[in-house]
Each structure stands twice: as structure tokens, then as C-alpha cells.
Design a protein around this ligand. Structure first.
Ligand SMILES: NC(=O)c1ccc[n+]([C@@H]2O[C@H](COP(=O)([O-])OP(=O)(O)OC[C@H]3O[C@@H](n4cnc5c(N)ncnc54)[C@H](OP(=O)(O)O)[C@@H]3O)[C@@H](O)[C@H]2O)c1
Length: 300
């Protein structure tokens, strides 16, 4: 099958390409040159923000299924540059959805727990979004663009993505490991309740949703455990056998530009009924896999 992945240089998209390569005919779509390890996939340099180039790349490839994982994911940068956030997160999703519509391709568009305001989480798929801030609002509009324009579409929401794949970008989770390993203290928000998503498992759930189901609408595809960020850091430290100081801080103290949902998190019971081969991981299982990825990364 011809499967395309946008955001292919990213955490989730990169995992998806690695899992698809060799099993399907794969087009990896990203901005600029490919930063993934070489493999049996084609690369298209196309900009989600330019109005047509991703749409053209997908149409030229003749995609039959698309995982749309590309986005401007820096929440504070989106707040500083709302027009760029709109162009990429709404316009880019529109490009992808239009191509899927024209090709009759199935689409899974990846979205976020930030579509909720974080006053009463964890949230299920039927809870009403109330996005705050430019990132959240553009991602919510992107969800609607995908669902409206692509007839065969599911939106997969993830949260706090992390992974240990070689070359994967730095995240809160990898910073916890690196700082504690150097004997430095780690600051973590004590008042942000979140879900997390091990990128490899999130990608596997999204791909199963895309290729093995006909499910349409929103599905939550994060890890299963809802916890605050201090507890997340502690779980990482414990699994990696790292001592050191984890310093609880309040979100307001950090004076961040964009608002953060405080009582957030995703309920994932539905994923267990829709998916057969992959499921949301409990935190201990997720930590075991993250640790295994890290060991591989260090020996790669
Ligand atoms: N990261 C999280 O904690 C998180 C939480 C909730 C939801 N999500 C959602 O999960 C999905 C995957 O994100 P991720 O975690 O894999 O983040 P990521 O590592 O930042 O990946 C996003 C990718 O999109 C690419 N991109 C950005 N602007 C682009 C443009 N104008 N044209 C083409 N590509 C562009 C980026 O390219 P470069 O690599 O060149 O910058 C990056 O590779 C996104 O929909 C995101 O909103 C992420």
C-alpha cells in the first residue's frame, strides 16, 4: 500500500516511517533534508505552510493512506507567531485533507490534549474542546479541517510525546535523564496533570488506526496513565536508576507565554475497543520501553 507520513523528521512521524519502511511503499514528507536513518522510503521536502507543496507531493505519490504528524509544536513560538501557527497547523492540515479527498485516501491527523482547557481532565473523546492559546486553537481548527474535508478520517490525540530513538529531538523526558545523569537538578511542574505518549507506541496506535480500522472521528492514543509532571520525572528517575533532585515548581512561576492546561490528560478506554494489536501503555510498561530505547541509543 502507498502510505505517506508528514512530520517525518519529528518524534512521532519518524517512528511511523521506521515502522512502515519495508512493509509498505512509503513517502516520508518533511521540511528540508531528511534527518532519519536511511531506509526503504522516499523523501519529499515540502512545506506545510506554503499552501500547495505538501498537497502536490501527496498527489504525485498517489497516497492511499496518510498519517499527518507534521505541525508547529512549539507552544510558545505559536503564541508569538499566530499567523505561522495558523498557516502550518490549519492550512497544512487543510492541504493534507484536500489531497486525501482528491485521492480517496484514508487520513489519520494527529492532534493534542491541548484542545481541552485543563479545568476538568482527564478528558474523553466526547468531551467538548475549549482550546486556549494559539497552538491549541490552531490544532483544534486543524482537527475540524481534517474531519470536514477528508471523507475517511480519524483524529488521533496524543500528549507529551517522548522517545529515546537515536536522533529524536530533546524532550522533557530526555532532559530528565540527561540532567540527572550529570548530577543536575530537574525542575518539573507539580500542578500540570498530563497524559504522556511514548512516540513508538503512539505511532503504532496511529498506524493501526490508519491501516487496520475504518474508525472515523476522534480517538485518544496516548499512554494510559494520567500523572503530574513531577511524578513523571520521578518514574523516569526510578526506572533509569538515577538519584538527584527533582524540584517541583508551579506553572505560573515560569511565566510562560502560552497558557498550559493544568488539570488535563486523556482518557483512553476507547482505544482499547477500537485497536486490537496496540494499546495505551501503563506508565511502568512505557518506562521499560523508554529505558530499552535509551540503552539502544547509547550503544548505536
Ligand atoms: N510533542 C508533543 O509533546 C505533542 C503533544 C501533543 C500533541 N502533539 C502532536 O503530535 C504530532 C507530532 O508531533 P511530534 O511530537 O512528533 O513533534 P515534532 O517532533 O515537533 O514533529 C513535528 C514535525 O513537523 C515538522 N514541521 C513543522 N513545520 C513544518 C512545515 N512548515 N512544513 C513541514 N513540516 C513542518 C517539523 O519539522 P522540523 O523537524 O524540521 O522542525 C517536525 O519534524 C503533532 O500533530 C503535534 O501537534 C505533540
Amino acid at each position: 500500500m502507498k502510505v505517506a507520513v508528514t512530520g517525518a523528521n519529528g518524534l512521532l512521524g519518524g517512528e511511523a516511517v521506521a515502522q512502515l519502511a519495508g512493509r509498505h511503499e512509503v513517502l516520508a514528507v518533511g521540511r528540508g533534508p531528511c534527518r532519519l536513518a536511511a531506509g526503504p522510503f522516499a523523501w519529499a521536502d515540502a512545506d506545510l505552510g506554503d499552501g500547495r507543496s505538501v498537497e502536490q507531493a501527496l498527489r504525485a505519490f498517489g497516497a492511499e493512506a496518510v498519517l499527518h504528524a507534521g505541525a508547529l509544536t512549539d507552544v510558545d513560538a505559536c503564541e508569538r507567531e499566530p499567523e505561522a501557527a495558523w498557516r502550518v497547523n490549519v492550512g497544512g492540515t487543510e492541504q493534507v485533507a484536500r489531497a486525501c479527498r482528491a485521492l480517496g485516501a484514508r487520513l489519520v491527523a494527529v492532534s493534542t490534549d491541548y484542545v481541552f482547557d485543563g479545568t476538568a481532565g482527564p478528558y474523553g473523546e466526547d468531551d467538548v474542546p475549549n482550546p486556549r492559546g494559539a497552538y491549541a486553537r490552531t490544532k483544534r481548527c486543524g482537527e475540524e479541517a481534517a474531519l470536514l474535508l477528508a471523507p475517511d478520517c480519524a483524529v488521533a490525540r496524543v500528549a507529551v510525546v517522548y522517545g529515546g530513538r537515536p536522533g529524536a529531538k530533546s524532550t522533557f523526558a530526555t532532559q530528565v535523564v540527561e540532567k540527572l545523569s550529570r548530577g543536575e537538578p530537574v525542575k518539573a511542574f507539580s500542578d500540570q496533570q498530563v497524559s504522556t505518549t511514548l512516540a513508538a507506541n503512539g505511532a503504532a496506535m496511529c498506524l493501526e488506526l490508519l491501516l487496520k480500522t475504518a474508525y472515523r472521528g476522534v480517538l485518544h492514543t496516548s499512554d494510559a496513565t494520567v500523572l503530574d509532571r513531577v511524578e513523571f520525572a520521578r518514574r523516569i528517575a526510578r526506572r533509569f536508576g538515577l538519584g538527584g533532585e527533582i524540584v517541583p515548581v508551579k506553572t505560573a512561576e515560569a511565566k510562560l507565554l502560552a497558557p498550559r492546561p493544568l488539570q488535563g490528560g486523556l482518557r483512553v478506554e476507547r482505544a482499547a475497543t477500537v485497536l486490537r494489536s496496540h494499546r495505551p501503555l501503563a506508565i511502568d510498561e512505557a518506562m521499560d520501553r523508554f529505558h530499552a530505547e535509551w540503552v539502544l541509543r547509547k550503544t548505536a
